[in-house]
Design a protein around this ligand. Structure first.
Ligand code: PMP
Ligand code: GLN
Length: 379
């Protein structure tokens, strides 16, 4: 069958996780926690299932969960949103991104993607007939080069995809970044999809600044969130999209035909679980301990790195050690060293190889220590 995505193979996350499992390697490749979620959250799901909450949820989400998402947005970021008109519960941030892109992008529209970029963005754009326009982030810190973004904007630009905190680089947007984006799009008909799935994972006291905290961006942005990241349940595939009423209306027109609605007992359980803000407000501290443990161990390896500002990924650079491609080195490390990671070139459309590897540190401390021991043996 002729493919609508001819250049796309199986995602790197599937490939590397399988390779890790086949070779018994410690899997620091695909981004998911090695530990379980709170037992109370699982009890809540079981309870709602037993109580009969097992049929279709309303298309846009159960009202109590939309309300709790609005409450947490106020508590965490001081932003007021209308739960009924501005929040949609979705089956994972991947669905939120896909539905938002589909709602906005038509044939021939240009969409700016900042590279490296998460792997689902470009396919979503292309399936809507859009044209990805790639703008590289600036090495070594992966900040946004606003002159290049400005130069990439044309009459056809319809959307820009943002990801903060960033996967795989960990860069966290600053107030200046928000202001720069706002001034670039203010006189143009350009929307924003902001992937903020790591909104609760920032380090060293750095705040996460939701794009919608800027008044102009607030009017243009679809914000995508994921409970998978915040509550250690990536397998539940449940998240949300927050956008102004007119954008939410357009979003729901797509969402209703992609999944229609999202698992009912999970929605009720999460609504109840969200009543205690410390359950999400404590996440940065939780992951800071892991980032610090991982970075301390990395200091004893031959890799070079700058500690991630946010997300649960750490990049390391090895160009001073080897000229092997990042893909070849990842495969070799998985098979011969026993630690699986992700080659960063997969996040570039032209597979640019900056000799960088991504490790996920959302793992039990014992597993991280074991992996570090293996990495410290390398030279
Ligand atoms: N965006 C980014 C940047 C991610 O890292 C991920 C998952 N790791 C997603 C989106 C997808 O989130 P979900 O699993 O909720 O679909
Ligand atoms: N987002 C996760 C990562 O970056 C993987 C999600 C997936 O496997 N699709 O590793």
């Amino acid at each position: 069958l002729p493919s609508k995505l001819p250049q796309v193979g199986t995602t790197i996350f599937t490939v590397m996780s399988k390779m890790a499992s086949d070779h018994g390697a410690i899997n620091l490749s695909q981004g998911f926690p090695s530990f379980n979620c709170y037992p109370y959250l699982m009890d809540l799901v079981a309870q709602y299932m037993r109580d009969g909450y097992n049929q279709y949820a309303p298309m846009s989400g159960v009202p109590i969960l939309k309300q709790r998402i609005a409450e947490k947005t106020l508590i965490s970021f001081g932003l007021s949103i209308d739960p009924e008109k501005e929040v949609t519960v979705v089956s994972g941030a991947t669905e939120a991104i896909f539905s938002a892109v589909t709602a906005v992008v038509s044939l021939g529209d240009e969409v700016i993607l900042l590279e490296p970029s998460y792997d689902s963005y470009a396919p979503a754009v292309e399936l809507s007939g859009g044209i990805p326009v790639y703008v590289p982030l600036s090495l070594p810190d992966f900040s946004v080069d606003w002159d290049r973004v400005s130069a990439a904007i044309t009459e056809k630009t319809r959307l820009i995809m943002v990801n903060t905190p960033h996967n795989p680089c960990g860069y966290v947007w600053t107030k200046e970044d928000l202001d720069n984006l706002a001034s670039l799009i203010q006189d143009r008909d350009i929307y924003v999809v902001s992937d903020e799935v790591y909104e609760y994972i920032t380090f060293d006291g750095r705040p996460h600044l939701p794009l919608m905290s800027h008044p102009l961006l607030r009017e243009r942005t679809f914000t995508c969130g994921s409970f998978g990241k915040t509550f250690h349940v990536t397998g539940w595939k449940i998240g949300y999209c927050i956008a102004p009423p007119a954008l939410t209306e357009a979003f729901r027109k797509i969402h209703q035909f992609v999944t229609f609605s999202t698992a009912t007992p999970l929605q009720y359980a999460l609504a109840e679980f969200l009543m205690e803000p410390s359950r999400y407000e404590s996440l940065s501290d939780f992951y800071q301990t892991k980032r610090d443990l991982f970075c301390e161990g990395l200091k004893k390896t031959a890799f070079e790195f700058t500690p991630a500002q946010g997300s649960f990924f750490q990049l390391v650079s090895y160009g001073h050690l080897s000229q092997a491609s990042d893909y070849a080195l990842s495969v070799k490390m998985c098979k011969e060293v026993g630690v699986a990671c992700i080659p960063v070139s997969v996040f570039y459309h032209d597979k640019q190889d900056h000799k960088l590897l991504r490790f996920c540190f959302a793992k039990d401390d014992g597993l991280l220590e074991k992996a570090l021991g293996l990495l410290q043996g390398l030279d």
